[in-house]
Design a protein around this ligand. Structure first.
Ligand code: GLN
Length: 491
């Protein structure tokens, strides 16, 4: 029997239906792989008993002919999703012992469809970061290494654990959240597929909030098809999240393999940055050729406000975070450091419970929302956000169906290599991804090749609102042309 962990989700689904192996065997193979890969620090909590129990229930349903769309599929869940009875920490000291009594909508839909929980994956604390280095549980080490080097590399962030787990074959798929790039950047760094759906496509209920007007959940997968299968289960209306679109979810898998002939693909000229590595430019050019060869029409477009997206994002996101994180006060959730009085208790708890990056964001956010600075920072950033959104709308109205850009301005870097002295150095990673969150659009990162050092590079496709299907169709073209990329196991 082939190693069950090397299967794609779609193959595993078909194998289970044909009874080539059982859900129990599939779960056990993944549990063993997870245990063997602890050096990666991808999981912050392993749930092997639960996995075995859920797999047993799946086998029973398969035997009765009642298999759901994800029946018996072992998945990993980012530690930002509340899981009932299973510790959920957002990788923060302040929530270190938090065990939710409720299940997020996304995960409850995955279990409804038959999926099996392997454990919770590592992420940047409260999803703030681009290298998984702000996690209270320590950084994730990417399963990828540079040619002839043992330097530990970052899998990206904030969903670093989910990306590493999919790339290292420690699950058949994983959930992520993306506020400014946290699905697409780690997907690009690890040679996996990651999609941030349109704002409103997936319910945010039960996901630890970072910046509520930007947060959106999506899947990580080995292939475009697998991502489509997962998104269908994750998406859908939810009365518990009023920002969630009340419309049926298409069968995204149907879009995989659909012709892209005649689609107009915008190439935004502002994404050609000074000092961008030649290899990024090369892979982008390669992507254009692949889409052209598949019958798409490439057009240069302009998104003139692109340069304001990153600074505006780093105002809006901390502002919302400072408000969302006000609830962690030592009284209602998690950690409590006693103090002289209630104010002292709040201060001690928050000073001890939050890491340095989270404290920085709370301070920036409080500052830009304060009476004297609100108009100068927050209001301006919101106006820029509208302009950024309009740039995209103008292109779509002019007939552009989707855009092609690089996913990241570089390949993965070393753990601890960036942002030590200057946090902005880390923020610059998000330059190609934050625009999409600011505009509320869907974006997918698809592996497109390896650089000279043998590290994955990804391309990003940005779509019209609620047109994830076109992204899956285009993503499949890239995947078919580029092939798939798996790291050499060293762990
Ligand atoms: N890297 C970005 C940040 O630090 C985005 C994080 C995310 O998408 N959650 O805010």
């Amino acid at each position: 029997m082939t190693d069950l962990t090397s299967l794609t989700l779609a193959d595993a689904r078909d194998g289970l239906r044909k009874k080539s192996f059982s859900a129990g065997e599939l779960a056990a193979a993944h549990v063993a792989a997870v245990e063997k890969a602890r050096a990666l620090n991808a999981y912050v909590l392993e749930t092997p008993e639960r996995a075995a129990e859920m797999a047993r229930a799946s086998d029973a349903r398969i035997a009765k002919g009642e298999a759901g769309p994800l029946e018996g599929i072992p998945l990993a869940v980012k530690d930002m999703f509340c899981t009932a009875g299973v510790r959920t920490t957002a990788c923060s000291h302040i929530l270190e012992n938090f065990v939710p009594t409720y299940e997020s909508t996304v995960t409850s839909q995955l279990w409804r469809d038959g999926a099996v929980l392997l454990g919770k994956t590592n992420n940047d604390e409260f999803a703030m970061g681009s290298a998984n280095e702000t996690s209270y549980f320590g950084p994730v080490h990417s399963p990828w290494r540079r040619k002839d080097s043992n330097t530990p590399l970052t899998p990206g962030g904030s969903s670093g654990g989910s990306a590493a787990a999919v790339a290292a074959q420690l699950c058949l798929g994983a959930t992520g959240t993306d506020t400014g790039g946290s699905i697409r950047q780690p997907a690009a760094f690890t040679g996996t597929v990651g999609i941030k759906p349109t704002y409103g496509r997936v319910s945010r209920w039960g996901i630890v909030a970072f910046a509520s007007s930007l947060d959106q959940a999506g899947p990580f997968a080995k292939t475009v098809r697998d991502a489509a299968i997962l998104l269908r289960s994750m998406a859908g209306p939810d009365p518990k999240d009023s920002t969630c679109l009340d419309a049926p979810v298409p069968d995204y898998e149907q879009a995989v393999g659909r012709s892209v002939k005649g689609l107009r693909i915008g190439i935004p000229k502002e994404y050609r940055l000074d000092g961008m590595p030649a290899e990024i430019e090369k892979i982008w050019e390669q992507g254009r050729e692949w889409l052209r060869a598949a019958g798409a029409e490439l057009v240069e477009v302009s998104l003139p406000h692109t340069k304001y997206a990153l600074p505006a994002y780093y105002i809006v996101a901390p502002a919302e975070a400072s408000s969302n994180l006000a609830r962690y006060d030592g009284v209602r959730y998690g950690l409590r450091i006693p103090g002289r009085d209630i104010t002292d208790l709040y201060e001690q708890t928050r000073a001890e419970g939050f890491g340095a990056e989270v404290r920085r964001r709370v301070m920036i956010g409080t500052y830009v929302l304060s009476a004297g600075y609100y108009d100068a920072y927050y209001l301006r950033a919101q106006k820029l956000r509208t302009l950024i959104k309009r740039d995209f709308e103008a292109c779509f109205e002019a007939g552009v169906h989707a855009m092609l850009t690089p996913a990241t301005p570089s390949a993965a870097f070393g753990v601890g290599e960036k942002g030590g002295a200057d946090p902005v150095e880390m923020y610059l990673n998000d330059v190609f991804t934050v625009t999409v969150n600011m505009a509320g659009l869907p974006g997918i990162a698809v592996p497109a090749g390896l650089d000279g050092q043998g590290l994955p590079l990804g391309l990003q496709l940005i779509g019209r609102p609620f047109d994830e299907e076109t992204l899956f169709a285009l993503g499949e073209v890239v995947e078919q042309a580029a092939g798939r990329f798996t790291p050499q196991a060293w762990w």
